[in-house]
Each structure stands twice: as C-alpha cells, then as structure tokens.
Design a protein around this ligand. Structure first.
Ligand code: WT7
Length: 629
C-alpha cells in the first residue's frame, strides 16, 4: 500500500523546464507549434524537408492511398548526401562526426571528411563486387565503426542494408539472410562482451551453409594474427577498401527507394522485415533528432544503443549525422569494467546529450549513487530514454544523479514508425513515467477496439491517426502483414501498445497489448521463443509469457509439456535453454521454465497466454468461457 501511494505521488509530480533549458531550445512554445503543425501536417513536414537537400524537388508531399503512403512524390535524394556531403562542403568537414570507444578503451575518431572517405571507399568496393541498386546486403557486425560505414556505403549506391544484431545465433541470422536474399554478408571475426571474446565468423559460417543467395563474405578482422579466410568468397575488409578511390557520388534515388530492411518480432510467425525508404525516413529522423534533443553544433551526443536495433539506425547513425552532430558510441556494457563506465565517458568526452534505456538505468541504480557522484557530469543538458516504459523511480533516480535540472525525453516509438512519435521536447513540462505528448505533425489518440476516442484516464489502444514521413512502407515480401497495422482499428495505425491519456493529454504507455515481450527493451515474439523451445527433441508443446522484472522490465517464463517418456531434470532444463540460445540467441532464453501436464487452450486450439499470465501473477484471468479444459 505504501508503495502504491508513493508511486501515485511521484506520478503526479510535474517538472518544468529551467530557464537555461528554455533559453537554448529551438521550440519555445510546444502547444502553439503543435497546433500549427497538425492543422497542416503536410506543410509542417515539407517545411522540415526543405531544410535538407534534394536533387530534384517533389511535386506532391503525400500520396495517401490507404494504407499505402508515398511521401515527397517525384523527388530524388540520397540520405547519405545529407549525412555527409552537405557537411563536408562546409567547416564541418573537419568536425568530429563519430567517436568510438572500444571495451578496452581503444579510441577511434572520424571527422565528417574521414567518414565520407571511408563510406565512399566502401561504396566503391560494393560496386566492384557487382552490387547494384536494389540488391540486399546483410550486416552482421558488433558495435564497431565499420557497421556505420557499411550501412552508409550501401545507402550511398541504393543498396538495401539489413543489419542483424550480432547477438543473434546462426539460425536466426540465416532466416534473415534468406528472407532478404542477401548477396553479401559483412561480418567480423569476433566481438567483445564484458572482457570475453565472442566469435562471430563461425556463426556466419554455420548460417551460410543454408544461405544460397550469398556470393561473398567480407570480414573485419580485429584479432591478430588474422582469422583464416577462404578466398575468393571471403574477403578481408581492409584489403577490400584499400585500393578503392575515396570519392563516390551519391546515387540520385527516387524518394521512395528502400533504404533498409530491419527485422523485428511480431505476435505470430517469423520476424517481420520492416522496410524504410530514403526520403520520408530522412525527414522524420532529421526533424525528431533536432527538436527532441535540441541538437546544436557544439553538442556531444551519446546514444548507448547498438546499430543492430532501430534506435541505433535512427539515433546513432541517420538522425544525428543528418544534423551534423558529434556522436559518441561505445562498445560494451554499462557496468563493465565497472558501473562508472558511462558516467566516465560522459566526463571524458564532455557529453551534453545522453540517450539511454530504462533497463540500463535500473541496472545502474542497483550500484548506487556513489558511482555517478564520482564523475563530473556538468556538461549534460538533455537526457533521453527509450525502449520500454520508464517507471517513475528510475526516472527520478536518473534525474537526480545527473544534477536534478536536466529534462528527460521519454521517447516512445517503434521499429515500424522509424522515428520518435510520442515524446516531450525540452520545454514541455515533464511527468515522470509519461512519454507526454505527440511530436510535431503527429496526431495520436487512445481508443477502444472500434476506434472511439476514450475519455481521460481510461486504458485503451495507442493509435496514430494520420500517416507520417518515416512510417514503414511495407513488410518485406509480406504486404498482407503490413496492412494489419492499419486494419486492426478502423482508420488509424495501431501500435500494439496499451496506454491511457490523462486530463492534460499526456500519454502513459503501459506495455504491449499483444504477445510481444520486451526484455531489456528488446522485442521478442512469444511465437519465436515457443518455436525454439519445441525444436528441442524432449519438448512436445510450449507457451511463453512476459513477467514483470525489476531490472529488465520483463523476463521470459516458459511453460512446457514434455514428450512421453521424458522426465524433468536440471540437465534437461539446461539443455532446453541451450537449444533456445542456439536457435535465437542469448536474449531469448527464458529465465524460468515450468514443466506442466497441459496448457490452457481455446476450442480452436490457440494457447491462452493471458490465462497463464494471470495465474502466474495471481490475477483474475478474466473471461475464460472459451477455454477447452
Ligand atoms: C515497442 C517498440 C523505439 C525504439 C526501440 C524499441 C515499447 C518503446 C517506449 C517508451 C513505453 C516504449 C513499445 C513499442 N516502447 N519506447 N518510451 N515508453 N514503451 O523499438 O523494438 O520496435 O519496440 O517498444 O511497446 O511498441 P521496438
């Protein structure tokens, strides 16, 4: 009870921007700007688009053929032209674009000029391998600068990149390579994690024995002596780039040309290949990075994400580069070699904008306030959070240890939305735990299943009412799955999140409405984990649920039925966990596995996970009239 009151008190607290924050901010009056922007969203977005450079202008801002959108129709552009050439032409040529810090504190620094040269070399190397506009390349790299270079090089010549997070295992990688029919895979010999060496090349070898589309593998060799490569199929990254010219014109692409595919988990079946395009995505990531983080030329911007996920795509690579920012990125975990790691980096590089996750904040909270206190964090001015709801306790802690006067941007969005949609701007009054209000040009609501707007404080579904430039254009090779987002609730985009709006119009996201689990902000589908579980020879049936967890938000709990003749033992449970790790990767391994005699199912045979979850949490399972047994 005491806890409950404490939480309620914290949730009703409002933090107003300081005079310093206000003085710096691009957007002084959110309410007025917002009203203007949604009275004419196309006017707002085309205004943002005009801050960037296009080879030829658009004739129509939006062509909306429900649920298919085309933005900046008729225009040609290239996102890398705006990330690189636009800056290299100016004094920013020698401005630092990217500072990378390795786990062992190795530092690599790229100016805009140097980044452009690397990207151009890589683009020329891609061309030499015969890659052309529309081809797909899978990038399976740890968090190293080559990941950024490879992404931009693909985009430079209209090749579609598909970055696969390097924590995924061989079968998960193979299915993504095959779905994209990638002609090339770019990987590394190893990654590093908490001081351990994680071999990646063997994972690729195993995956590629099932991937007939792949013609070449380029390997970044971090170890010496270098890992043996099988020429001519396998090529060393350094050799590959070495003799290439450092100039390569950006291909002039139609604004709707695919930029990348990024696979993300859904409720059912295999991961969905979310497709984003050059033009609209460029405008969305540019505008949000600029206004949400109030990005200025003298900022040092630190985002802790891995480019293997969408946050890295939009807010390490594209959004910040489009704004000409200085980006800090660091390999490794927040508590390695000690829990002062990130605070130390903030002090060392004078970070002013720090974008992190609730899971990381909760992890650091456990080590106490003495760690942040050891460091000079006075350069910070704007903070950010993403990936899952941030509980008020974590919000308050983050706010306090960073000085108590820096606004926290709790940014809500999804792989599918491409860019931040619900978020404060630095001058918007903050309520800890709320992602606050829609971004400029975005109309959002909380509705019931029929699409009726709900009154304040009533829980319902978060929806977006109108198309926006950075929205996904389709699910790769699966347009029917794309349509579901716009056909679930009439006339709007359904995000899959439950939410309520308070009397001030502030949005409070409560979690997923569907069978998507968020473990440490990473998205996993129950169906994927279940299918990995039943691939174990001893498992007959499986159901998984997400369970609230103090640090990582949700943890995975599995219920399994063993095949006849199998008996439960700690070794068996371990071997089932190992199976999930081998199929999907470490992030998908259930933290608990219960052996059960049966699973609750509907008469049509669908597992009722919500019944399992309610039972697990000691809650009322609700309507169970459709249950079979
Ligand atoms: C899902 C999307 C957004 C980039 C990283 C995750 C949850 C994300 C928040 C937030 C509450 C959030 C939602 C959403 N989510 N940000 N600030 N508050 N929930 O992208 O893997 O596509 O996951 O993450 O449930 O639907 P993603």
């Amino acid at each position: 009870m005491g806890d409950k009151i404490e939480t309620l008190l914290k949730e009703s607290r409002t933090y107003h921007p300081t005079a310093k924050t206000k003085a710096a901010a691009y957007i002084q009056d959110y309410e007025a700007e917002y009203k203007k922007s949604i009275a004419d969203p196309e006017g707002f977005w085309s205004g943002m688009a005009k801050q960037l450079e296009w080879f030829t202008p658009w004739h129509t801002v939006l062509e909306w053929n429900y649920p298919w959108a085309k933005w900046f129709v008729g225009a040609t552009c290239n996102i890398t032209y705006n990330c690189l050439d636009r800056h290299v032409r100016t004094w920013r040529k020698n401005k630092v674009a990217l500072i990378w810090v390795g786990e062992n504190d190795q530092e690599r620094v790229f100016t805009y000029g140097e980044l452009a040269r690397q990207v151009n070399r890589c683009a020329n190397a891609l061309k030499q391998l015969g890659l052309r506009k529309g081809d797909r390349v899978t990038i399976y790299l740890p968090k190293i600068p080559e990941q950024v270079v490879a992404m931009l090089a693909c985009a430079r010549i209209g090749v579609v990149h598909s970055v696969v997070y390097s924590g995924f295992s061989a079968p998960a990688l193979a299915s993504r390579v095959n779905d994209a029919e990638a002609r090339l895979v770019i990987t590394a010999d190893v990654g590093y994690d908490r001081g351990k060496t994680i071999p990646l090349k063997p994972v690729v070898d195993e995956a590629l024995s099932h991937c007939p589309s792949v013609e070449h593998v380029v390997v970044v060799r971090r170890q010496s002596p270098g890992w043996e490569l099988a020429a001519p199929k396998e090529i060393d990254w350094t050799d590959w780039l070495h003799s290439q010219p450092a100039a390569c014109e950006a291909e002039q692409l139609d604004a709707e040309t695919p930029l990348y595919i990024l696979y993300t988990s859904g409720t059912t079946g295999k991961p969905k290949g979310v497709v984003h395009v050059h033009g609209g995505y460029m405008v969305g990531t540019y505008a949000t990075t600029k206004y949400v983080f109030d990005l200025k030329d003298d900022d040092v911007y630190f985002c802790v994400a891995d480019p293997g996920w969408v946050t890295g795509h939009s807010y390490i690579v594209y959004g910040p580069l489009l704004n000409g920012a200085t980006i800090l990125t660091a390999e490794g975990k927040p508590d390695y070699p000690n829990p002062g790691r990130w605070w130390h980096l903030i002090e060392r590089y004078g970070v002013s904008i720090f974008y992190t996750t609730p899971t990381a904040i909760r992890l650091l909270m456990r080590y106490g306030e003495d760690w942040p206190k050891k460091f000079d964090l006075s350069t910070l001015r704007i903070l950010g959070s993403v990936g899952e709801p941030i509980n008020p306790e974590a919000w308050e802690w983050f706010h306090r240890v960073t000085g108590g006067d820096k606004p926290i941007m709790d940014t809500w969005w999804q792989t599918e939305t491409g860019a931040i949609l619900i978020t404060p701007l630095p001058t918007v009054p903050l309520k800890p735990g709320s992602a606050t209000r829609p971004f400029l040009g975005i109309e959002a609501d909380v509705v019931d299943r029929e699409g009726n707007s709900l009154p304040p404080n009533a829980g319902g579904f978060a929806v977006i009412k109108k198309p926006w430039p950075s929205m996904m254009r389709t699910i790769y090779k699966d347009p029917e799955r794309y349509k579901v987002y716009w056909n679930t609730i009439p006339n709007c985009y359904t995000a899959g999140d439950v939410c309520h709006k308070d009397a001030d119009g502030y949005m409070w996201f409560m979690g997923r409405a569907d069978d998507v689990i968020k473990v440490a902000g990473n998205r996993l589908g129950t169906a994927e984990v279940e299918s990995a579980l039943v691939s174990h020879p001893a498992v007959a049936e499986a159901a998984v649920i997400g369970k609230p967890h103090k640090t990582v938000g949700e943890s995975i709990k599995a219920f399994i039925i063993l095949k006849q003749g199998q008996t439960e033992s700690p070794e068996l449970i371990q071997s089932i966990k190992d199976q999930v790790k081998a199929e999907l990767g470490k992030i998908a391994v259930p933290s608990e596995i219960d052996i059960v005699p049966s699973l609750p199912k509907t008469r049509s045979g669908k597992i009722m996970r919500r019944v399992l979850k309610a039972k697990e949490l000691g809650q009322d399972p609700g309507d169970i009239s459709t249950i079979e047994e």
